[in-house]
Each structure stands twice: as structure tokens, then as C-alpha cells.
Design a protein around this ligand. Structure first.
Ligand code: NAD
Length: 491
């Protein structure tokens, strides 16, 4: 038996209490079968703790609690009540920022630099969601002089939310923030590799005065907990972030009961450097575009295209800059890139390094594991790649980038768009007309010009093609969590 709270000592010597139970109806409880699973620190390969593993019957209890909370007042509460709770939660995230960042680095392996950035985005986003609660507007529609018509946006009900391991706390906030702002209740499943921050944040939900049952966290495995959320008749909406294959499966499962669905899936995003770019700035941007968060980023700029006249220069500068990025202990203040999140992910990435080498691509930098303990991989640059290589086609989800050259705008647009994905793209140029022309012609949900991986709570983020359905953040996120009711009256 695992206690419902365990003391965990962080590398800086401080200790915090980690909840291990499922968070259902406002309290932490063991799972029905009292089974637990192990949570590993990817930087040391040591066990951090065990947490309780939910099964189908636990999900059913959580969904029932969420349904009661939805019907019992949350969905019809004064928007100010919901706003206050979200503002308080944002404040609490800020007050607990260092602990939350440390939990994230411990559990996910990312550097403190990355974790602190995530936590800052989380509090901003929750506060922004608090501000939306009284701005969920419908429309007045002109239907002629004999009738009056208007539309309302109403909450959907219980939302099943399934999140990945690359941004555990940030994805928790992208999911619960807009759902709660619009009056829905949630049952959220964190990824099995990284359940700790969502459980810790549940203590903040309690403290923020979010009523019991409004947020429920069921840690466990995708094929059991995720599957049950997708086929549960009382779950009215599924919001998922993760791989395209799992997204495809979730969509099929949720189809039986016609659940509303939003999917934020994989990517293989192009990052283009034109010869007229500020090359010093562009090199840092393309390196950040792929190596940020250890490359475990759905919108990572994993395909770099450089105009032929500056190809060798950019490649040389990229190699030089990449080799200055420090890889290692996530808790070292100087570390840029921490560990990959799991052994499985590390092995998958290393397999792709082998595939790339076998395909004949040239390793310019990295190309191997760093050290023998912890899942560290050196930032890796493959040059002289061919568009048909597997390393150019597949999402690798690690610090591996391919670099190839192009000569004309039309050529690079054709290459950039030659992907089943369409999550993001980067363009580096000083020519404004070219930047706008290329951004109009690239098929992707987000285009960054002379920057990369820049997020803001008011800017929508979502995918074209097999990168997903629906956009998160900004006003767009509210559409994901509301349904339109039209009212027409004879006068
Ligand atoms: P995944 O998509 O399988 O997992 C994401 C979430 O979905 C987890 O919470 C998981 O438990 C859940 N899940 C898994 N199977 C499910 C099912 N049948 N029904 C409902 N939920 C289910 O991702 P993964 O296996 O952890 O990683 C595999 C690959 O996915 C990675 O190598 C990477 O390429 C990609 N990935 C992409 C993203 C992204 O944001 N685009 C995030 C994570 C992983």
C-alpha cells in the first residue's frame, strides 16, 4: 500500500508532499483495486514513487462525480464565481511555481529552464481563462421583422481530457482552463510517464475553492482509462493531445456516441532559412526550434531548409551553436537540455539515429546517447538528407533535426507542404513580402516568422491535416467547450 501523500526530497534538498491517490470528487482516494504503478526519474532511472492506477470502475466514479458537479451548479454558476476560482488557481500556481517546476523536471526530465517557462505560461493561461468566463457571447441574428433570433453558447457537460508527457502541467492548464471557464466539468488522465504535476496541482484546485467534482484526475494507462473515457456514455466531449495514431484510435472510439472532439496531434514542421535572413539570429532560432524541451515538442521545427547560397555557412554556424548547448542534469541552472522522458522514447530516438545513418544522411553533430545513466541524447544534426528518407518523413519527437538545401521559393514551399502533418512552420527572412507570401502558402496551423516556439495565451494553436482538429488557446478554445443554441421568437 502506498500512502496517499508521500514526502519527496528534491535535488535542492527541500521536501514536498506528493499526492499519490486519484483525485475524485474533491479528495484523493486509492483506486478500487488498490493497484499502483511506478514513476521513474528519467535523469537517474531511479524510482520517484508509486501512484494509484485507475481502472474502468474508477473512471466511472469520476465521471459520475463530474456529472453531479456539472448539474449541481458549476455549469449555471455566476461567471464571477468561476472567474474567482480560476484567478485564485493562477495565483496559487505562481506561489508554488518553484515546486511545480521542480516536480516537472523530476518527472519529465526537462531542464529547470524549460519547466519554469512552462509554469509561467500556466499561470498566465489560467488567469486569461478566468477573464473569459463573462465573455461567452452568442449573436443577435436578423431574421426579418416578424421574428427575433439570437444564439447562446452553452457548456457541453463532462469532458474527458487525455494529455501527453512532454508538457504535463502546461497541457493540464490548456485543457482544464477553457473547460472550466465555459462551465464544463472534467475528468483528466495524465500520461502514465508523468502523473505527478497534475496530482500536485489538484491540491491547488482544492485550495482555490473549485467545487468537488469539477476537476477529477485519474492517473492510469491509455488503453484502460483513456479508452473508458472515450466510450463512456456520460462523457460528452474528448480533448486529446498526443500522437496521431492514438488520436486516430480515439476518434474511432468516440464516434460510437458522437462525442465532440478536439485533437492536438503530431507534426514534422519545416523551418526555412532564406539567404537574406539575419543568419546569427536565424541559427539560434532554428536550434531553439528543435532542441527546446529536448525536442519533445509536437510543433518542433524538425525539418530545416536552408537556401543554397548560405547552406554551408548556416550548417557550420548551427553545428557550432548546437555544441554550446549544455545537456545533462535538469536541476543544474546551466542546463539547456535535460533527459528524454522515458527509456522507450530514448530508444525510439536512437533507433531513428540508426535509420538516418543507414539511409545515408550525414551526422554533423551528436548522434549518440550522452552518458550511461539517465536518458540523455546529444542534440543531433543530420545534413544532406533526401526528402524521401524516413528521418525526414516521421515524427521522431527528440533532439534530432534534418537539414537540406533549396534554391527557389516554389521549391521550398513544395517541400514544406510535402507532409501528412501541418502543425507549424518557421520562416527566416528580412523580406516582409516574402515572409507573408510564404506564410500564406504553407499549410500549417501556426507560422512563426523570425522566431520559433513562441506561445501566447491569446494566440490560437492547432493543426492542419493529420496534426489535429480544433485550436487551443485564445477565443478559439472557447468554441471547443461550448455548443450553440439558437432561439427564434415570433413577435
Ligand atoms: P500517446 O499518444 O500514445 O499518449 C498520449 C496520451 O494518450 C497518454 O495519456 C496515453 O496514456 C493516452 N493513450 C494511449 N493510448 C490510448 C487509448 N487507446 N485511448 C485513449 N488514450 C490513450 O503517445 P505515447 O505512446 O506516449 O508516445 C508515442 C509517440 O507519440 C511519441 O514518440 C511521439 O512521437 C508522439 N507524441 C506526440 C505528442 C504531441 O504532442 N504531438 C505528445 C506525446 C507523444
Amino acid at each position: 500500500h502506498v500512502p496517499l501523500r508521500v514526502p519527496i526530497t528534491l535535488p535542492n534538498g527541500s521536501t514536498y508532499e506528493q499526492p499519490t491517490g486519484l483525485f475524485i470528487n474533491g479528495e484523493f482516494i486509492p483506486s478500487k483495486q488498490r493497484k499502483t504503478f511506478e514513476v521513474i526519474n528519467p535523469s537517474t532511472e531511479e524510482e520517484i514513487t508509486h501512484v494509484y492506477e485507475a481502472r474502468e470502475d474508477d473512471v466511472d466514479i469520476a465521471v459520475a462525480a463530474a456529472k453531479r458537479a456539472f448539474e449541481g451548479g458549476w455549469s449555471t454558476a455566476d461567471p464571477e464565481f468561476r472567474a474567482r476560482a480560476l484567478f485564485k488557481l493562477a495565483d496559487l500556481v505562481e506561489q508554488h511555481a518553484e515546486t511545480l517546476a521542480a516536480i516537472e523536471s523530476l518527472d519529465n526530465g526537462k531542464s529547470l529552464l524549460c519547466s519554469r517557462g512552462d509554469v509561467a505560461l500556466v499561470s498566465k493561461y489560467l488567469r486569461s481563462c478566468g477573464g473569459w468566463t463573462d465573455k461567452i457571447y452568442g449573436n443577435v441574428i436578423d431574421t426579418g421583422k416578424d421574428h427575433f433570433a439570437y444564439s447562446l453558447r452553452e457548456p457541453i457537460g463532462v469532458c474527458g481530457q487525455i494529455i501527453p508527457w512532454n508538457f504535463p502541467l502546461l497541457m493540464w492548464s490548456w485543457k482544464i482552463g477553457p473547460a472550466l471557464a465555459t462551465g464544463n466539468t472534467v475528468v483528466l488522465k495524465p500520461a502514465e510517464a508523468t502523473p505527478l504535476s497534475a496530482l500536485y496541482a489538484s491540491t491547488l484546485c482544492q485550495e482555490a475553492g473549485i467545487p468537488a467534482g469539477v476537476v477529477n484526475i485519474v492517473s492510469g494507462f491509455g488503453r484502460i482509462v483513456g479508452e473508458r473515457l472515450c466510450n463512456h456514455p456520460d462523457v460528452k466531449k474528448i480533448a486529446f493531445t498526443g500522437s496521431t495514431n492514438t488520436g486516430r484510435h480515439i476518434m474511432k472510439t468516440a464516434a460510437d456516441s458522437i462525442k465532440k472532439i478536439t485533437l492536438e496531434l503530431g507534426g514534422k514542421s519545416p523551418n526555412i532559412v532564406f539567404a537574406d535572413a539575419d543568419l546569427e539570429k536565424a541559427v539560434k532560432s532554428i536550434a531553439f526550434g528543435i532542441f527546446f524541451n529536448s525536442g519533445e515538442v509536437c510543433c518542433a521545427g524538425s525539418r530545416i531548409y536552408v537556401q543554397d547560397s548560405v547552406y554551408e555557412e548556416v550548417l557550420e554556424k548551427l553545428k557550432e551553436y548546437t555544441e554550446t548547448l549544455s545537456v545533462g542534469d535538469p536541476f543544474d541552472e546551466n542546463t539547456f537540455q535535460g533527459a528524454q522522458t522515458s527509456q522507450m522514447q530514448m530508444e525510439k530516438i536512437l533507433k531513428y539515429v540508426q535509420i538516418g545513418t543507414d539511409e545515408g544522411a550525414r551526422v554533423v553533430s551528436g548522434g549518440e546517447r550522452k552518458g550511461e545513466r539517465g536518458y540523455f541524447i546529444k542534440p543531433t544534426i543530420f545534413a544532406d538528407v533526401d526528402e524521401n528518407m524516413q528521418i525526414v518523413k516521421d515524427e521522431i519527437f527528440g533532439p534530432i533535426v534534418t537539414v537540406s538545401k533549396f534554391s527557389t521559393v516554389d521549391e521550398v514551399i513544395a517541400k514544406a507542404n510535402d507532409s501528412v502533418y501541418g502543425l507549424a512552420a518557421g520562416i527566416h527572412t528580412k523580406d516582409v513580402n516574402k515572409a507573408i507570401d510564404v506564410s500564406n502558402r504553407i499549410k500549417a496551423g501556426t507560422i512563426w516568422i523570425n522566431t520559433y516556439n513562441a506561445f501566447h495565451q491569446n494566440v490560437p494553436f492547432g493543426g492542419f491535416g493529420q496534426s489535429g482538429i480544433g485550436s487551443e488557446m485564445g477565443a478559439a478554445a472557447l468554441d471547443n467547450y461550448t455548443q450553440v443554441k439558437s432561439i427564434r421568437m415570433s413577435i
